[in-house]
Design a protein around this ligand. Structure first.
Ligand code: NAD
Length: 362
């Protein structure tokens, strides 16, 4: 059956890195005869400039009607003076909320070729392969009431609400356990149950859900300890389950263990595994238009799309192996370049992946 991918290139380096992911997709379609169609639409600053809104109704409709979404990046200095509601980044929040993309998957994988790019010692990080599963549509980022008010002493005070319903915790926990079942069968749930009642409920519900997944070993860590363990001994982790706020912080920390923001993909999934796939980095305005951006995070996001939304692990593996082969062959974009390797631009890196892909399929 024909599947449809909505492709939203966005701003800055977005169109450059998406172009390379589409080269890879075209190659896969041609070599494996995959019935996939794509349709592109505007998002972010580009959409604001053309249509006065960062998330036009047509773009949202296309995203709703597609089987998966591949996104580049949005934002840039040009749109920073705009009101919050018109900012490019609002389009992402809008898509996540409208499509109910509550499960954010962020792998932190260290490729052996890039071990020197990490700020941690090689023996601490080599072989690192962690999956962070972060709740994305609830918690303190969405809880109400929220705001800034004047209190009884006439002083301004800011307030936010940390709230999670049992069902919100249960569904993200189930997603995380299912992912752990496909990996090393180890899940660590992060909370602050010693101080915050909401996260005490989080711990209790995760413990209940664990009974449905007897083959997965569950442990709980307080978030402060989890942060410490992530830099002390990160390889102890397989899958980390977090709420929205803790996951925002810990996933950036884990990403930097790998030393390469241009290498890390992400997925945001709904309950049926429909998802939006994007690199974790932003639109990199400082290098946009120069043809030097690393397209690998976007190409690896495409691999995640095949694995999670299309249930096609074979195509995902082809793409992931092609990335490894290109790195083995010494191709490096400027952000991951080191002595003795070949520095290439965005398009050459994309072509190197396509060549490796073709060779591995034949
Ligand atoms: P950024 O991730 O865009 O860039 C941080 C640094 O990493 C820059 O030096 C950049 O050149 C480099 N970098 C990022 N991606 C790279 C790649 N693929 N190859 C090589 N180098 C790369 O973060 P920022 O500078 O804080 O944000 C820039 C804009 O992106 C802002 O408008 C921000 O709001 C937006 N943003 C968007 C997303 C998204 O679309 N999901 C995420 C984060 C930031």
């Amino acid at each position: 059956m024909m599947k449809k991918i909505a492709v939203l290139a966005g701003d800055g380096i977005g169109p450059e890195i998406i172009a390379e992911a589409l080269k890879v997709l075209d190659c896969l379609k041609a070599e494996c005869g995959l019935p996939i169609e794509i349709e592109q639409a505007l998002i972010g600053g580009a959409a604001y400039d053309a249509m006065g809104t960062p998330l036009p109704a047509q773009t949202l409709k296309l995203a709703q009607q597609s089987d998966a979404i591949l996104l580049g990046a949005v934002g840039g200095p040009k749109w920073e003076p705009l009101d919050y509601a018109a900012r490019p980044e609002r389009a992402l929040l809008g898509l996540r909320a409208e499509l109910n993309l509550f499960a954010n998957l962020r792998p932190a994988i260290l490729y052996p070729h890039l071990v020197d790019a990490s700020t941690l010692k090689p023996d601490i990080v080599s072989g690192l392969d962690i999956m962070i599963v972060r709740e994305l549509t609830g918690g303190i980022y969405f809880g109400r009431p929220r705001g800034v008010r004047v209190n009884q002493s006439g002083e301004r005070e800011g307030f936010n609400t940390l709230v999670y319903s049992e069902s919100e915790i249960r569904r993200i926990a189930q997603s995380a356990f299912r992912i752990a079942q496909k990996r090393e069968h180890k899940l660590c749930s992060v909370d602050k149950a010693n101080v915050l009642e909401c996260t005490e409920l989080w711990r209790n519900v995760v413990t209940e859900v664990a009974k449905e997944y007897a083959d997965v070993e569950l442990k709980h860590l307080y978030v402060d300890n989890a942060a410490m363990q992530l830099v002390r001994c990160p390889k102890q982790f397989d899958v980390l389950l977090t709420d929205n706020l803790f996951g925002d912080i810990l996933s950036d920390c884990a990403a930097m263990l790998t030393g390469s923001i241009g290498m890390l993909p992400s997925a945001s999934l709904d309950k049926d595994n429909k998802g939006m796939y994007e690199p974790i980095h932003g639109s990199a305005p400082d290098i946009a238009g120069k043809g030097i951006a690393n397209p690998l995070a976007t190409i690896l996001s495409l691999a995640m799309l095949f694995r999670y939304s299309f249930g096609d692990a074979e195509s995902a593996c082809y793409v992931e192996r092609a990335v490894t082969s290109a790195l083995d062959a010494g191709y490096r974009t400027a952000d991951i370049h080191s002595e003795g390797t070949a520095k290439v631009g965005t398009s050459e890196m994309g072509s190197a992946i396509v060549d490796a892909l073709r060779a591995s399929i034949h």
